[in-house]
Design a protein around this ligand. Structure first.
Ligand SMILES: Cc1cc2nc3c(=O)[nH]c(=O)nc-3n(C[C@H](O)[C@H](O)[C@H](O)COP(=O)(O)OP(=O)(O)OC[C@H]3O[C@@H](n4cnc5c(N)ncnc54)[C@H](O)[C@@H]3O)c2cc1C
Length: 397
């Protein structure tokens, strides 16, 4: 019986573990943290992510955990309302990611071949020649080893497995960071809003725990200066380019801002997703920028495509040649979606935060262009790519 070691129980690793364990493959899922309570994981599931969970048989779990559909949306350009509307069935949903992951792992653990190891930090890869044959991990009991026919690195944007495999990463990051904070939700707030213009980009949405999450993209390296001026000064900076109702709310709640921190925005992609006996998926293969709330959805879709190819390759006696072809097919299939989505994610920050001499001209031109119907149709198509994904992803094993 083939055995898989998955490093990292984020959305990519936890769901792949479930899919493989359900199909009779032995899985050890190793997670560095002892619990799932992490603040900064992506919380917004696009319809493509909701669909991925449904295909995995997890629609019931999604209904049971805390979630909040984002039916109303509005886009403001230079402080003025530009587009607004509501989505019924196909709305993005803010979910509690810790509850989602806990539920997925609990379901996976019902299968005989599944072993979940929380608090287990992978410290090295075991090799036989140039082939990866397992991992060494440390936990409260000391250091131990797991043998595996395949090691999957699903250990996120700073992937340890990726570093051990020494695969080259190409950055697709625009030079931005994200100030991430929560404020109490105003009674009148509904759904999600985006504010673009005057050198700023800010998204705010109604969270699953009934707060208002604010994500403010700033030029990389400028937070030190902002923080030095104190919270009231940087709240004032945000307030200056949003609509009046939100500006008043932010100013009135400066002392109730919670869990604020700076998140370094990283986005890039490895040039090869696999080596003999090892595969990278999720952010480990392609760190997604927070723009357009894509990382969680893409990670879930990676897990489906990986399962489609891995289940036949790992059933019965593991054949290294067959496995190598399956790994190459996973990369080729997912690249068709991941590469164009990363290109799309880079556009808004490049336009909004550009410091080049033509940056302001480009912003003004974009502000005027967006009033034109054909530009609005184009923007709606691109928004649909973010909502529904770019490729057909069907679980077929
Ligand atoms: C500020 C911010 C906001 C975002 N908002 C959204 C959003 O709204 N919607 C969206 O879709 N995406 C969003 N994203 C992106 C999204 O969070 C990620 O793309 C997604 O979590 C990737 O999932 P993953 O499973 O690949 O990795 P991760 O979620 O990063 O999981 C990796 C796991 O590996 C574990 N791990 C790491 N190293 C080791 C080790 N050595 N041994 C064992 N375990 C290890 C980690 O503890 C972690 O649990 C956002 C990202 C950021 C930074």
């Amino acid at each position: 019986m083939a055995k898989v070691a998955i490093v990292g129980a984020g959305p990519a690793g936890a769901t792949l573990a479930l899919l493989l364990a359900e199909r009779g493959i032995d899985v050890t899922l190793l997670e560095r943290r002892a619990d799932f309570a992490r603040e900064f994981r992506g919380e917004v599931l696009m319809p493509s992510g909701v669909d991925a969970l449904a295909q995995m048989g997890l629609a019931g779990l999604l209904d049971r955990i805390a979630n909040r559909p984002q039916r109303e949306f509005a886009l403001y350009l230079n402080g003025r309302l530009s587009v607004s509307g509501s989505l019924d069935a196909d709305a993005p949903v803010a979910v509690s990611q810790p509850a989602l992951l806990e539920g997925v792992v609990e379901l996976a653990e019902r299968h005989a071949g599944m072993e979940f190891r929380p608090g287990a930090s992978v410290r090295s890869l075991r090799r036989d020649g140039d082939r990866i044959v397992g991992v060494t991990f440390g936990d409260a009991a000391g250091e131990r080893q797991v043998h595996a026919d395949l090691v999957v690195g699903a250990d996120g944007r700073n992937s340890f497995v990726r570093r051990q495999l020494a695969v080259t990463t190409r950055s697709t990051s625009p030079p931005m960071d994200v100030v991430w904070c929560k404020v109490p939700r105003p009674q009148w707030w509904r759904g999600a809003r985006g504010y673009v213009g005057r050198g700023h980009l800010l998204i705010a949405y109604h969270t699953w725990d009934d707060s208002l999450q604010v994500a403010w993209a700033i030029l990389k390296g400028t937070f030190g200066d902002l923080r030095g001026r104190g919270i009231a000064a940087w709240v004032e900076e945000m307030a200056n380019f949003v609509s009046d109702d939100l500006a008043d709310h932010l100013r009135g709640n400066t002392d109730r801002l919670s869990r604020s921190f700076l998140l370094e925005s990283v986005s890039g992609r490895v040039v090869r997703w696999s080596r003999p006996g090892a595969l990278l998926i999720g952010d480990a293969a392609h760190a997604m920028s927070p723009v357009g709330g894509q990382g969680l959805n893409i990670a879930l879709r990676d897990a489906i495509v990986a399962a489609n190819h891995l289940v036949p390759a790992l059933s019965g006696t593991a054949d290294p040649g067959r496995l190598a072809r399956a790994l190459a097919d996973i990369e080729a299939e997912r690249l068709r979606e991941v590469a164009p989505i990363q290109r799309l994610q880079a556009v808004p920050p490049k336009l909004v935060l550009s410091q080049a001499w033509f940056g302001e001209l480009a912003r003004r031109a974009a502000g005027r262009a967006v009033q034109r119907p054909f530009v609005q149709r184009l923007a709606a198509r691109r928004a649909s790519d973010f909502l529904h994904g770019l490729t057909e992803v069907r679980l077929n094993v």
